[in-house]
Ligand binder design. Sequence first.
Ligand code: CA
Length: 518
Amino acid sequence: MASDPLYITMHAADNVAIVANDGGLPAGTQFPSGLVLREKVPQGHKVSLVDIPEGSAVRRYDVTIGYALQDIAAGSWVHERLLRMPAARSLDDLPFATAVPVDGTPLAGYSFEGYRNADGSVGTRNILAITQSVQCVAGVTRFAIDRIRSELLPKYPNVDGVVALEHGYGCGVAIDAPDAVIPIRTLRHISLNPNFGGEVMVVSLGCEKLQPERLLPPGSIAIVDQRGEPEPLDVVCLQDEEHVGFMSMVESIIRQAEVHLRRLDRRRRETVPASELVVGVQCGGSDAFSGVTANPAVGFCTDLLVRAGATVMFSETTEVRDGVAQLTARAATPQVAEAIVREMAWYDAYLQRGSVDRSANTTPGNKKGGLSNIVEKAMGSIVKSGTSRIDGVIAPGEKIRGKGLYYAATPASDFICGTLQLAAGMNLHVFTTGRGTPYGLAEVPVIKVATRSDLARRWHDLMDINAGTIAEGKATIEEVGWEMFRLMLDVASGRKKTWAEQWKLHNQLVLFNPAPVT
Ligand code: CA
């Protein structure tokens, strides 16, 4: 970081900016503009550029992020205790498809090496996934998978790995409650993720509420037998009478796994257009730089992907709620705008059931990183969606069936959002972080982007891209966006591994279950 005092303003109409320098700046520091700090301001935190009278709007991103609770003199540290948060935008009278962006110039000639599937989707990895219908079978499956890894995988070198789709759902739940469709379809669609090649096998206990045929009804799997008939679901049921003793269960799982490994091993990568990418973008452990460096670079890359004909999804409902009017205006059609409102209204009601609102989102780390409240966090988060037209909306756990930019409605929780994006059909994941998180998934490669050079330096073997160079003036948002786009093609092709893959940093799947447990 340059030693000259530097603040970053997002919009000419803003009356606050953030301090860019590592370690923050002491009282008395004078900026080139002539502004003098009245007190120490930590890195990433806001400084008032002018006198802000009590009750008036504090603006960043050309948006009111709060109202001053007292007079704030120019050069003061503007932290969350000085701000009253504005109310959420009403979901009535929103602009529907009033500012639909025109198509960007098509971006042709970009491709990657992927695994084409029978259903037309393309995988970036070749993985055997073992679905579980209930948590009860997790220990047995894990034991079997350890043996599959050591005894079988060496015989099938074209298979990248084997993962258990382990989760806490399946029994002890109100399975007929309306909202139970969310965890059930999530698990179904994850089993059909492009990286698993359509090879589905289920380990079931037998007596659980989520019976395998409810999880994966006939016809939900694309694989057909030699006569062209859909193959019956491959289920290993631990309570079957054929199983005598623990080892017989383990042997059944291993035997069935080998059937699928044999088929997966025959798959080969082939050159496919970049339009086959299905990218999920997310942020976690955010700081004030997220919305200045990494997220704008992701947004630029999102636009590149859309121009290349790919599918990109942005999510994290509480982090886009405060930008709802920009999203409904960008919707391709009034129907898409309506679907955005439907998902946000559902989420408002869900939070209200728990007696909270969107402001429950921010973490102590966000605040330490300079983000005062959810409005400010949301303005930095939403830029990951870029500037393209919003082509579609899916509810939690649904699968995307088209191309272009999608709003996949999910909670902002990193692991729940990632789990739902897997269900949506994601074959590549991009994750930005300012405070730092070692997040990773076993099911898809996760490219992690640091918002600050200090984090990129300290976590040099965890961060794949450093967007902190943007704040230092060493690179532009466009340059980092292009770097990200090219890295995506390399990672999707298997030419490069992400750090999370290298270290096998795999977070658990966490199903979103808004329905009651019993
Ligand atoms: Ca998140």
